[in-house]
Structure formats: structure tokens, C-alpha cells
Design a protein around this ligand. Structure first.
Ligand code: HEM
Ligand code: FPP
Length: 296
């Protein structure tokens, strides 16, 4: 009896490991790291070892940032059904442990990137960590509907980390890749926020549909998708990428614009979900297309 009570109270090793992995937002990491890896092959001809080290460093930094977000947002996460069962609000991991873990991961990231890649890539990852934790999570998320636009810059840092790891610098082309993720983030998140509006409203987080309404959010999604389209075509116009990239960029942009216009016209949840899901594939395919273009 006592033993079974103890096993109820103390989470098993599997649960603990799974919770600490959850703190790093692993699914989001897959796409963040895809942009890092593909950028590395656009920037040059990195060794497999350097790519592996950069992936580990990037994972630790973004994972630390995710853990900090779980720590800081535990009050609002506890009040939203989507997030209530996360490790910290559900009590399986203490806030203190999550905070220590967050900084430990970022310190490990800095040490690994600095020693095995270079100081610039380590500093850029640290800047991404700072932007996502302090600027987005602490400062803007609960204050302004522009939280995604400004705070979203953190998620655009991984290509800079990858570029710096390979070349030791940040060329204008790397800033293009940064800008692409930067302009992609608002349509990605705002489409999803249309589905989560009531939850955000309940906890007082001023996301776009809560503050400016759903119609304005759908309009902004179309606007940013158009800006993103122009931006993604510029590298072709300036000769940085060739025809392979252009074919993918035009095809992807056509589909993204079609979906965002349909979302505006139909104003239903299904279209919002489709636009959000497409945004994930859009970014992945666009970055892979860059590698194909650069290598073929
Ligand atoms: C401020 C910027 C961003 C915000 C607020 C945001 C927000 C979200 C939210 C709320 C979800 C729903 C799933 C969840 O609850 O975790 C999500 C999913 C996702 N996001 Fe973002 N996102 C941002 C930027 C990015 C960036 C830069 C990337 C990668 C380049 C990314 C990749 C993903 C992926 C892959 C998913 C799907 C994860 C899953 O299926 O659980 N996001 N995002
Ligand atoms: C280089 C570096 C360190 C980059 C870090 C970038 C990073 C971790 C981006 C994650 C984006 C994301 C999932 C935001 C959701 O936060 P949210 O708090 O709005 O969503 P939630 O309500 O699901 O917690």
C-alpha cells in the first residue's frame, strides 16, 4: 500500500525525462534546427561534426529559452486548458528547478558553441535566448499585440547562428534568412491565435485577435503573407538564389496567399487551422529549397 502510494507521489524516471524534454519545446525545435542546418549548407560546406555541434548548441539555447518560458508563464499556463498539464503548472517540476535548468542549458550552449564552433555563434544564440526570454516572454507577451512581431525576432536567430558557425561572420544573405523567418512568424502564429483567442482572452494576454478582433487579425495575416512573398523573391531577383529556389518560393507563396485570402473570406476555424499547419511546411520546404538551389 505504502509502496503504491509512493509510486503515485514520485514520478517515474520516464515521466521526469519526458517532462524535462517537454520544457525544451521539442517540436518547435525541429523547425528551428531545420532552419539552422539548411542555412549552414547555404553558407558553405560544413563538416558533419560542425553541423552536429551547432545543432546541439542551438538545441540547448532554444531549449533553455523554452524552459524559461515554461517557468515564467506558469501562472497563465495553469489557467489555459491547452497548457494546464505542462510540467510546471501541473506541479511535476518546481519553478526553481525549471529556472535553474533554463540557465544551465543556455550556459552549456554558450560553452559548446564557443569552444567547438566560434564566439560569434555562441553570442548570437545567447542573444536569441535573451530576446525570447526577456523581450518576448517577460516584457511584451502580456503587454502588446505586437509581441509576436517584435518578440518573434528570437525565432529568426537560428539561421544567424548557423551562418556564423560556418563562416565566422554574418553576411547580408544571412540577414535575408533572418528576415524571412521574422516575416513568417506573424502569419504562423496569428492563424493559430484565431483558434486560441478565448484562452488568451481569459488570461489577459493581448494577442492580436483579443485586442483588435478576428477580422483585423485575418487582414494582418494577408498583409504579412504578401510582405513575406516579396521578401522571399528578392534573393532571386538579386541573383543570390537561382531558378530552383524561385520555383519553390513562387509555388509556396501562391499557396500561402491563397490560404490566407481564403481564411479572410471564409473566416472559419478550419481555414485558420489549415493556414497554421501550412505555415510549418512552408518554412521547412523553403529552407530545403535554398539548399537544393545552392548545392545543385
Ligand atoms: C514569437 C514567435 C512564435 C510564437 C508565439 C509561436 C507560437 C506557437 C504556438 C502557440 C504553437 C502551438 C503549439 C504549442 O502549444 O507549442 C506553435 C507551434 C509551432 N511552432 Fe511556433 N511560434 C513562434 C515562432 C516559431 C518559430 C520561429 C518556429 C520555427 C522556425 C516555430 C515553429 C513551430 C512548430 C514546428 C510548431 C508545431 C509544434 C507542434 O506541433 O506542437 N514557431 N507555435
Ligand atoms: C536562438 C534561440 C534561443 C531562439 C529561441 C526561439 C524560440 C524558443 C522560439 C519558440 C517560439 C515559440 C514556441 C513561442 C511560443 O511561445 P508562447 O509562450 O507564446 O506559447 P505558449 O503559450 O505555447 O507557451
Amino acid at each position: 500500500m505504502e509502496a503504491s502510494q509512493a509510486s503515485l507521489a514520485v514520478p517515474g524516471v520516464k515521466q521526469v525525462v519526458s517532462d524535462y524534454v517537454t520544457l525544451t519545446k521539442p517540436k518547435v525545435q525541429l523547425l528551428l534546427l531545420l532552419t539552422t542546418i539548411t542555412t549552414m549548407y547555404v553558407a558553405g560546406d560544413p563538416s558533419v561534426g560542425l553541423v552536429a555541434i551547432t545543432v546541439v548548441g542551438g538545441f540547448l539555447s532554444a531549449g533553455g529559452a523554452g524552459a524559461f518560458n515554461h517557468f515564467y508563464d506558469r501562472d497563465i499556463d495553469a489557467a489555459m486548458p491547452r497548457t494546464a498539464s505542462r510540467p510546471v503548472p501541473s506541479g511535476r517540476i518546481s519553478p526553481r528547478a525549471a529556472l535553474i535548468y533554463a540557465f544551465a542549458l543556455q550556459i552549456a550552449s554558450f560553452a559548446i558553441l564557443w569552444s567547438a564552433a566560434n564566439l560569434l555563434s555562441a553570442c548570437l544564440a545567447l542573444a536569441g535566448f535573451f530576446w525570447y526570454t526577456v523581450v518576448y516572454t517577460v516584457w511584451l507577451k502580456r503587454r502588446s499585440p505586437q509581441n509576436i512581431v517584435i518578440g518573434g525576432a528570437a525565432g529568426a536567430v537560428p539561421p544567424l547562428v548557423g551562418w556564423a558557425a560556418v563562416t565566422g561572420g554574418v553576411a547580408p544573405a544571412a540577414l535575408y534568412l533572418f528576415a524571412i523567418v521574422f516575416y513568417w512568424t506573424p502569419p504562423h502564429f496569428w492563424a493559430l491565435s484565431l483558434l486560441m483567442k478565448d484562452e488568451y482572452a481569459r488570461v489577459g494576454v493581448p494577442m492580436m485577435p483579443v485586442v483588435h478582433g478576428e477580422a483585423e487579425t485575418r487582414r494582418q495575416i494577408v498583409l504579412y503573407t504578401l510582405l513575406l512573398t516579396v521578401l522571399t523573391l528578392l534573393p532571386f531577383v538579386f541573383g543570390f538564389f537561382g531558378v530552383i529556389y524561385a520555383v519553390f518560393a513562387v509555388g509556396l507563396a501562391g499557396a500561402f496567399i491563397t490560404l490566407s485570402l481564403r481564411l479572410q473570406r471564409r473566416a472559419d476555424r478550419k481555414s485558420a487551422l489549415r493556414t497554421y499547419l501550412f505555415s510549418l511546411g512552408y518554412l521547412a520546404v523553403l529552407f530545403v529549397a535554398m539548399v537544393l538551389d545552392a548545392q545543385l
